[in-house]
Design a protein around this ligand. Sequence first.
Ligand code: ZN
Length: 209
Amino acid sequence: MLPKNLAEGYRRFVRDTHAKDRGRYIQLAELGQTPGAMVIACCDARVDVSAIFDAEPGALFIMRNVANLVPPYEPEGKYHGTSAAVEYAATALKVPHLIVLGHSHCGGVDTYRRGVRDKLPEHGFIGRWLTLLDNLKPVESDIFAYGDEMAFEFAAVRSSIANLRTFPFIKKRLESGLLTLHGLHFDLGSGELLSLEEDTGRFEALSEP
Ligand SMILES: [Zn+2]
């Protein structure tokens, strides 16, 4: 049986949100989705992507996985859920923006950072997934300014952005100016959003429009 808080939450949603905005939902159902961006975020229950961007239904194509990671382009691989979502967003939905959203207190990145990945169950999925962080090099100035934990989270975002560039269809859309990549880091406690600046390679406070 569905937990009571979820069943009640659903009833509130249908009554208060869906009913009031029915026109939009019908339009979305009939016209399909045209999201303005894809966001690759962590599964962490505290990272509520739509809330962070105050985004309406249909606005964001969201992929969440452990530690917001993107594997490199591996056409011979087996079940690549994240790569499939990236491919769909870029080639079918043709999203103009692709965002990797890291976050503070990320358990996935921390598992790797503290060196406990090797202690995870043999043949487990998480341990293998986190090998995507192998050879991760946090930047010295990030460690100095933000501490070890956040510096690793920044490095994970940089690594995912670098891996996105290995997908031929991403490369093509970047070269033709049809796609922009963004690296972001959200601080759970302060709510601060830092943006990876392409020219400096540093994470900086989101500038005012
Ligand atoms: Zn996380």
